[in-house]
Design a protein around this ligand. Structure first.
Ligand code: SPV
Ligand code: MG
Length: 302
């Protein structure tokens, strides 16, 4: 089954869909392993992994390469953050064709001007004119081949300090333009602002949220408000930064890795994540013109 069909099924079934942010194939694979419904190919995480600002500095090609690697590494749907569409409607058309061809299940575009700056950086949050962004949605819809390839419209009005009425006006306009879902973003420290939006929304399209700052709200509570997707957008990269700092400094300080060996994964797990079991099996099946080994003689990695 295609990734787009899998995502559509998740949307059609009852229950909240849980996505986790990733910046590479490894994160995507672990997301699937632990049971997340899908992967959020995060522009924040990918730019951070290059130690560059999430400010339209990397190009579409670089974001696409990571999203494509995630698709290859997992069978759960990958939803790609595509910032403000990398330019104007012509860029959006190219973007949709490229991400769809890469096997991504959905793209998310935000209604900010290009170049955009990450939503958690105050002072840079400039909204695109509503009509201009609605045109990008229409262009994106016309550019997709598979009607199940979802176009998610992200409303940044609350991020830009424009208030609930502007957020609702834009969300309705984007649904009217054909958006498959609305991501309503908030950088408030508590959930009140986003709950105000939930209470005013008519659910003419499914709602998606990213509770990075208002993290006390649970997935169950969001589901009770009618939210369809919750995205934990940046917890992977935040974990990795801490883990790298701790491990690297411990080794340097101690002059040995002995103290952290029990804290880090054994090499065997790295080999398994890389697909060594499959490589070993292929070696037996195909290498050097040998006859395939009987299935019960093929070693497995655990
Ligand atoms: C991302 O993860 O790239 C996002 C979400 O766009 S946020 O960082 O909250 O803007
Ligand atoms: Mg982003």
């Amino acid at each position: 089954m295609s990734a787009t069909a899998r995502l559509r099924i998740l949307f059609e079934h009852p229950g909240i869909i849980r996505l986790i942010g990733a910046h590479n194939a490894l994160g995507a694979k672990i997301a699937a392993e632990v049971g997340f419904d899908g992967v959020w190919s995060s522009s924040l995480e990918i730019s951070a992994s290059y130690t560059l600002p999430d400010a339209s500095i990397l190009t579409m090609t670089e974001y696409l390469a990571q999203a494509k690697a995630m698709v290859r590494a997992t069978s759960i749907p990958v939803i790609a953050v595509c910032d403000s569409g990398y330019g104007n409607v012509h860029n959006v058309i190219h973007m949709v064709r490229e991400f769809e061809a890469a096997g991504v299940a959905a793209v998310c575009m935000e209604d900010k001007i290009f170049p955009k700056v990450n939503s958690f950086v105050p002072g840079f949050q400039k909204l695109a004119p509503l009509e201009e962004f609605a045109s990008k949605i229409r262009a994106a819809l016309d550019a997709r081949h598979d009607p199940n390839f979802m176009i998610i419209a992200r409303v940044e009005a609350l991020i830009a300090g424009q208030g609930l009425d502007e957020a609702l006006k834009r969300a309705h306009a984007y649904v009217a333009a054909g958006a498959d879902a609305i991501l309503i973003h908030s950088a408030a420290k508590t959930p009140e602002q986003i709950i105000e939006f939930f209470n005013a929304w008519d659910f003419s399209a499914p709602l998606i949220v990213v509770p990075t700052t208002y993290y006390t709200i649970t997935a169950q509570e969001l589901e009770a408000f009618g939210v369809k997707v919750v995205i934990y957008a940046n917890h992977g990269i935040r974990t990795i930064v801490r883990a790298l700092r701790e491990t690297f400094s411990t080794i340097l300080d101690a002059g040995t890795s002995a103290h952290i060996e029990s804290e880090i994964v054994p090499m065997q797990q790295i080999l398994a994540l890389q697909g060594m079991p499959e490589l070993k099996q292929n070696e037996r099946l195909y290498a050097n013109g040998r006859q395939p080994a009987p299935a019960n003689q093929i070693e497995t990695f655990s």
